[in-house]
Write a protein that binds this ligand. Structure first.
Ligand code: PBG
Length: 335
């Protein structure tokens, strides 16, 4: 594998993207660990005064924007400095129209968060599944029941640009269409956002560990599965190729997802590319710990810390976790 090779070079690669602000510098800083490298996901939905518990993820809620701001207050005080936003629109269709609307739920949430907390690092998940009536991450040819690649790229690019216009600091495409990083990079550059970083879900597997997320984001596919676009878990080498492609296309930060069961790949990706590497400890990982802890079968704090350090040992620079708030507290207790 090409070590330290940056196919494409400038303008796909602009190392200054990751130097532009204090929160971004801290997110990717090497040889240091602190709360700024933990990212807490949020699910935001239309309406007001809404705080709906996600039954399969104790402690996680679907929040309206006003409630998100309150929750953020609490999270900020607990040391959270980076969030990842998922939107649940009121209306879904087969073109994911709400995903790139100026008045879309994520766009509204980004504007509100950045206004309340200008230094909060707001990362947006760029995908279509929550906005599609069929629940797939791209445009579907209904006759052939095929998730189309190239026609999805244009919509994904519009989603990314609309998030940037709302004030997002980083966009994180999670759809796994081929070529989306290049398409999004080109669209962002064309819209005046050449310095906006892309954190790509580069090695994202078709995983049963996402089960609880689909309740949280209301994004279960209506038919079929995601095996034609997300990766096959039999494959490790392919993950390296996926990451290489995303880096070539202009990804600034690469991600492996899920977390604990895929640490071999976190290690290989970090060793191979020496790029800022994120890992996503996904919904199922969180829910299993919560459920077993509730039954009194495991010690939540001990297991969570052990998993955290396993991810760090494998080489993860950035960790996305629904337990980010608690982890910050538990890590402080270790000092
Ligand atoms: C959207 C998306 C998913 C997750 C992150 N972005 C669901 C999926 O691919 O089905 C999963 C996150 C989690 O399980 O916590 N495509």
């Amino acid at each position: 594998m090409n070590q330290g090779n940056f196919p494409g070079g400038f303008p796909n690669h602009r190392p200054r993207r990751l130097r532009q602000s204090d929160p971004i510098r801290k997110l990717v800083r090497e040889n240091s660990w602190n709360n700024t490298k933990l990212i807490l996901p949020f699910f935001v939905r239309e309406g007001s005064n809404i705080r709906l518990p996600v039954s399969s993820m104790p402690g996680v809620f679907q929040l309206s924007v006003d409630e998100l701001l309150l929750e953020l207050e609490n999270a900020y005080n607990a040391g959270i400095r980076s969030v990842l936003l998922f939107g649940i629109p009121d209306e879904k269709d087969d073109r994911a129209s709400q995903a790139h609307s100026v008045g879309g739920i994520v766009q509204k949430a980004v504007r509100a968060l950045k206004q309340a907390h200008p230094t909060l690092l707001v990362i947006t998940d760029v995908c279509l599944c929550e906005y599609m009536s069929h629940g797939h991450c791209g445009i579907v040819d209904m006759e052939r029941k095929n998730v189309e690649n190239d026609s999805s790229l244009e919509i994904l690019s519009r989603v990314a640009v609309s998030h940037a216009e709302a004030g997002a600091d980083i966009v994180a495409p999670s759809d796994m269409m081929d070529g989306r990083v290049r398409a999004i990079r080109t669209a962002l550059d064309g819209a005046g956002f050449a310095s906006l970083p892309i954190m790509s879900y580069a090695a994202k597997f078709a995983s049963s560990f996402y089960g609880p997320f689909r309740e949280a984001a209301e994004s279960t596919p209506r038919f079929g599965d995601r095996l034609s676009y997300q990766m096959d878990y039999f494959n490790g080498e392919e993950a390296i190729r996926e990451v290489a492609l995303d880096i070539a296309e202009g990804a600034d930060i690469v991600m492996v997802k899920p977390g604990i069961a895929y640490l071999d790949l976190v290690y290989r990706v970090k060793q191979t590319f020496q790029f800022p590497t994120a890992v996503y400890a996904v919904s199922g990982e969180y829910s299993m710990v919560k459920a077993a802890a509730k039954a009194g079968w495991i010690d939540e704090r001990a297991v969570s810390l052990e998993s955290f350090f396993a991810m760090r040992r494998a080489g993860a620079d950035i960790i996305i976790s629904y337990a980010a708030r608690e982890l910050i507290r538990w890590l402080k207790e270790l000092e």
